[in-house]
Design a protein. Sequence first.
Length: 328
Amino acid sequence: MSYRRFDTDDLVVSADSITTPAWTNNVTTLTTFFTSSTQTATNAGKYYYHIYDTGSAAGEIQFAVAYGHRKGSGSALFNSGEDGKSYSSAVYGQFRTLITGDEDTDFTFTSASTSYTPDNLYFISVQRSRFREKILPGTMDLKFTNGSNNLHLTDNSKVVSTDTFVDAGRQYSLYSGSLGTIDNTTIEYGKLYPDVGIIALDANALSKHGFVSTINSSSNHTGTDNKNLIFNSLKTGAYFKLRADETLSSNFIFVRARNSEFNYSTNPSNITGSGELRHSVMIDNPQSYITQVGLYNDNNDLLAVAKLSTPLLKDFTKEALVRIKLDF
């Protein structure tokens, strides 16, 4: 076996940004929205609804919707003995801690130049396998439809001069518009957190302007689930465009076979029992074919094998350069 240690110049690391459609089957725009009665009927369904791309058994989860209330209203209590400890308060607290990193820091929105803390929030959490590493800012177009009222939302990543960061990463505001083009900045409808695949929406703003039906925010509310309201508006709007973004790191390894190296076959059948070359013609004019390259550690443990598409002829008159690419 012939070994050669790599030099520093033989190893190169490269990183490329790859953008892909977010939804199943490489679809950029999701136009059908379904829930599963099996999932919504479980205890998990009291916290969130999974949204699927089809209503058949072959449907895949695309994202989830949830409703949270800062003070715990708008949903049933866990039990009658825990005043204010409801499903909506658990949802709000979970997303608040995940995004802000602080259970005492509430979400803040701005409308008509006035900052305020909304009590009612809808959360859209994109399935991890769908947005991969992160959502690509500026590619979002989310449509809400309620009766004759329509609203397209997009983020302001293309117009802000400086990114805002929270514990969950970058934070962008959501306004009416499409694919990063803002129509009106008077009303901030929500926030986009592309690094964790989460959208937080001001439920009151959506219902006040008629894009989602009016929320029932009474305490210990046990009637129509508020999650149904945003689901129905999304299903009627039937339009959610999004792209995923990930950084693909690659290791390039350059294997150099100089003219004086790797000219003799390492096949044991080429050596006689006495350790001589079986064919005398190989003594002065050896020829070998490189078919694969093995990558070893310092303990001579084989870590990876790179196979050539066709055997590469090698002798004393030829040098070879094989480039190996490892993606991760």
